[in-house]
Design a protein around this ligand. Sequence first.
Ligand code: RIB
Ligand code: CA
Length: 326
Amino acid sequence: MEKIKVIMDVDTGSDDAIAIMTALRSPELEVLGICTVNGNKPVENTTENTLRVIDLLESDVPVYQGCATPLVATLNPTRQMRRAKDVGEVDGRIVTYHHAYLDELPQSKSKPEKQRAVCWLIDTLLKSEGDITIIAVGPLTNIATAMRADPRIIPKIKKIVIMGGGRLQTNTTSASEFNIVMDPEAAQIVFTSGCDILLVPLDATHRAWVGKEESKRFRDAGTPIGIAVADLLDTRIEAYDLLQPIIFAPQNTTPPHDALAVCAVIDPAVLKDVRFCRVDVDFGGSFADGMTIVDPRVRTDDPLNVHIALDADREKFVKMLFERLE
Ligand code: RIB
Ligand code: CA
């Protein structure tokens, strides 16, 4: 079976790390390179964290450092958002989804490539046969910048699978999801690019949770990867219990958002209720900033542009994770 060629765009992060491991250990995928972007942490951190995952897996997949700031979202000092707290404290210990550096993994030995992510994306896509799928699991700054810098890449992108947004689920503000609200303008550029887009939003990822039972099974595997996944999941489970209980999920669980986007490329049946809709992103800078507006109307004047998954097959997802990471 021919491998699916993919480029990952990440803001590593605890769930990005699990997503990268899943991709690198999937025989169905050929990961051509990994681009890092500012998001969960500054791009220097997300690059170091990505390299830590590469080293853990003893992979030679190249890493390209990307954009350090959103396109314009941080230029207006009054563009405040009532963001949900992402750090807490338990017994004097910091509890959060993503530590500045992934302390769960040893410091990296490898280095990023000299070429920067946006330039590499343009070169690679232009040289390609148009057979590359982009898996974007952080803010879309790199992808939007590459599209603006050289629109010739747009017809060369086979598909973009994005973890981001939400129809009836949000996290960072009452209206928005983190990856989109960090760079709403970039998201709107990508959503209206004309590319084939599959969006894996919180409506799907919040239904694809894992918990202590899965974490224990990874830890009991006793492998470096199994233990790292268990540590990353335990970090996330504690943070979700303290900071962001999910309506669909029991206590002591977490949604490894980004890994679901990777699994969706390998087996689309891991997603359910996928609809072709008109989706736009608000970048008005107020309450709805970063909101993914999913047009519910049967008839709409705007061209439909996004395949959005509103549910997921949790059992299938968990099985896929164990097949690859246990
Ligand atoms: O909202 C979830 C997304 O934001 C995930 O990609 C997570 O890594 C963070 O970047
Ligand atoms: Ca991410």
